[in-house]
Write a protein that binds this ligand. Sequence first.
Ligand code: EPU
Length: 337
Amino acid sequence: MELLKKIQLAPFTSFGLPASASWFCRIRKKPEISEALIFANRRAMELMPLGAGSNVVFTRDFSGLVMKMEMAGIEKIDQGPESVMVRIQAGQDWSSAVEYCLEQGWYGLENLAMIPGTAGAAPVQNIGAYGVEISDSLLDVQATETSTGLEKNFSAEQCAFGYRTSRFKREPGRWIISSITLRLHSSPIVDTSYKALAQKLEDMQIKHPTPQDVYRAVCTIRSTKLPDPSLVGNVGSFFTNPVVSDEKFEELRKQHGEIPAFEADHGGVKIAAAWLIDTCGFKAYEKGPVGVHGAQPLVLVNNGGATGKQVLALADEIRQAVKNRFGIVLEYEPRII
Ligand code: EPU
């Protein structure tokens, strides 16, 4: 394993913000995780595993060791009467894993098509889209503890998943995920409960959608609503949808009858942050090189040459405006360094 000094991180992230890592290595096989940990622990250095860098915002240089996770591969490890167990290596590109599983007849990931990132990063923020979250199919996560080098297997319950969160997100730097195991369906079961997805399938005049139809519909919606990170720097949603109490929601509804909201999985009401931002007039707003995406105001974009500090300045301006108008404090969704 090669340890590189002072590496620019912009090419390894989807936002393309300027920042460097004091140390950088690529993890291509499992024993290299231990090698990297020994190197960092001896120097009391901070560690950061990096997947595709599609959910991280660098506002400064990183003085520790960045471990670029590049172990790839997908294998079926077991088969039940109605399901298959599939292990995916942490550095595997997520979007091609979804495509591969669909081709094999392993169903359940179609709604999560085209999400930028790697399989190892997927459970960290419990990626979700169009009514499905990875926690719905996740069986366990294999991870190494950075301080002890010990390997641990986390059941889905131990991962303590929530909306865009997990124990791995709550304990940054503590675990290096090496692979994940999913339980997928071997018969074609679809989830079309998300309104925008059901609408798209109706527009496509599909009455009895197959997993392939759902996959195509999701890809179509994503391509029209979300900017392609290979063309325009972004990290997907910059804010999570706030969950408020039933009382707060009643109060908001009295003042803003049309406010889009959904029942949250763990109680309370989830408000569409995109609507809050849109209503505050930020859609397609630009501030220097940073902008708010026109088709989905939850997404901030780097129109070229932006810095992390400029991104945060705009994010903060949006937060203030939403707070002043609605009394709701938006939370950042990506990891901010
Ligand atoms: N809306 C507006 N104005 C707009 C766009 C949307 O008012 O310009 C309102 C609409 O009422 C719409 C609602 O916002 O119904 C929700 O919009 P959308 O369906 O696009 O979903 P979202 O809640 O804004 C979440 C995820 C996305 C995911 C979509 C689809 C979060 C933080 N974001 O967005 O995930 O793709 O649902 O399931 O939960 C990501 O995490 O990076 C991400 C892109």
